[in-house]
Design a protein around this ligand. Structure first.
Ligand SMILES: [Zn+2]
Length: 493
């Protein structure tokens, strides 16, 4: 029986993993992936826990799932009443975490629905799981909220490892395991902090034990391992609290965790914390986003100036994105403005007065071409993910990506996030993609892992997903001497 283990190390930067294996400190992972590949994949916008799990578990980007961020506002339903309208504002980092499953677009199927013999350990997305197939859910909720304050991430990883090793001996076809400690330790220090590296060493030993056991069972050749992360991270030297920024301009601003302002003229929803969604006049229900042009008028936020122009002057802001009346994406940064349009043939990025995506010029191509052209660009795959973001009605009127070293939240972030993620920058978008099977020599996105898992398990891939069937580990001829497969792929380094 073929089996697949998807191991997600939350918030792990690929270069941290690559340096540890190069230093000889991840012997089990090295041995396992020497038969396959150590590569990288591109994540989604925003690069935050839970929404960035969606591509692995559904094959779809967050916008396609209609879950554009971890915090969002339903502009059609919210009327400004703190208690009565609380269900029209979402924050998955609290009591509303359980609403995520129902918020995912009804047509989107999770791998747990498609593979009934699947188990998940510490998953935020549970659609299709029964309680018996989600053994650590209670522990995740209780210990997870405590870990935020009392630093017991190591405990969570040990629990994950225990469940993972127990699953090896059970007949599950698909096992998803999330190790949460790396993200927690990263926020408290740096992406390569001593505690992060110790977590990796622990995971390496756990995987080593699983491999030994699978070998004893004679099941190793029929097992696909895929080790990934949902997003990267960077050290934050400056917190610019965006809600305070608006309030300093006299704009009553709705923001978490207070979530109430009398006659608010802006709602600021931060994620990661280097990504933000901004909604104008949130208490007045309307169907459509306002256009960038409307939002630039002083009356949009009730100020005496163009708020978009003021935002792009902030060193923290890499760029501001909004829509125009035709549904194209408008980008503004301190370097000028550009537009992203789309037709059947291509996604076109056209410079107007500048180059906010720092591509060095206009560029046009399909999704494959964008991925190949921008894999190592300052904002990898940005046009694809900005279009995805605005495909969700729940997305903000404006979205902001922070520059490296900056984030958008200061007040109420306890303990302080010394490192973080959320933005479209390379250090947040690049994630590790390591496996014990060969990878194709094409650049990949995290969404491409989902069809690969289904291919391995002989389960038909649903139509209409964002992930591409570029990696078909189940179709590759079984190598008699798997160690002869070349290690590494295009983006190994
Ligand atoms: Zn995080």
């Amino acid at each position: 029986m073929r089996r697949a283990f998807l191991i997600l190390i939350d918030g792990l930067r690929p270069d941290v993993l690559e340096a540890e294996v190069a230093a000889g400190r991840l012997p089990n992972l090295k041995a396992l992936t020497d038969r396959g590949a150590r590569s990288r994949a591109i994540s989604v916008l925003p690069t935050t826990t839970s929404v960035a799990y969606l591509p692995f578990l559904t094959g779809c980007f967050p916008g396609t799932c209609n879950v554009p961020s971890i915090r969002w506002l339903d502009r059609e339903a919210y009327t400004g009443r703190w208690w009565k309208d609380r269900a029209a504002v979402r924050n998955y980092c609290g009591y509303q975490a359980g609403m995520l499953d129902d918020d995912i677009a009804p047509g989107v199927q999770t791998i747990f629905q498609l593979v009934p013999e699947s188990l998940a350990i510490f998953t935020m997305i549970t659609r299709g799981l029964t309680p018996g197939r989600d053994p650590a859910q209670g522990a995740r909720k209780v210990v997870g909220s405590l870990a935020h304050y009392v630093d017991c991430y190591g405990l969570l990883d040990r629990r994950a490892a225990r469940e993972f090793l127990a699953a090896v001996d059970q007949p599950w076809r698909f096992v998803f395991t999330q190790f949460p400690a790396v993200d927690g330790y990263t926020h408290g220090a740096t992406p390569a902090a001593r505690e992060v590296l110790q977590s990796l060493h622990f995971i390496d030993r756990s995987i080593g034990r699983a491999v030994v056991r699978l070998d004893e069972l004679g099941a190793l050749d029929d097992t696909l391992f895929v080790l990934v992360s949902d997003h990267g991270a960077t050290k934050m030297h400056t917190h610019v609290d965006l809600a305070e920024w608006f309030m300093a301009r006299g704009v009553p601003t709705l923001h978490h965790p207070v979530l109430w302002a009398r006659n608010p003229r802006a709602a600021v929803m931060v994620a990661g914390n280097a990504f933000a969604s901004i909604y104008a006049r949130p208490g007045v229900p309307r169907e459509r986003r306002w256009t960038m042009e409307q939002l630039r008028r002083p009356e949009a936020f009730g100020t005496d100036h163009d708020v978009v122009a003021a935002l792009v002057r902030e060193p923290a802001v890499a760029f501001v994105a909004g829509e125009d009346a035709e549904g194209n994406v408008r980008l503004a940064s301190s370097a000028g403005e550009a537009i992203i349009t789309r037709d059947e043939a291509a996604i076109r990025y056209t410079l107007l007065s500048g180059d906010p995506l720092e591509l060095g010029g206009s560029f046009s191509g399909d999704r494959d071409a964008w991925l190949a052209r921008t894999f190592d660009a300052p904002f990898p795959d940005a046009a694809v993910h900005l279009l995805d973001q605005f495909s969700s009605r729940r997305a903000g009127d404006l979205v902001l990506a922070a520059r490296e070293g900056y984030d958008f939240r200061n007040r109420y972030e306890i303990p302080e996030h010394k490192s973080g993620h959320g933005s479209l920058i390379r250090a947040h978008m690049h994630t590790p993609l390591w496996t014990n099977r060969p990878l194709p020599l094409v650049p990949m996105r995290t969404a491409d892992v989902f069809p690969a898992l289904l291919d391995w398990l002989d389960v038909p891939v649903p139509q209409g997903i964002d992930g591409r069937a570029v990696w078909q580990p189940g179709r590759a001829p079984r190598a008699k001497h798997p160690h002869r497969q070349p290690a590494g792929a295009l983006h190994s380094r």
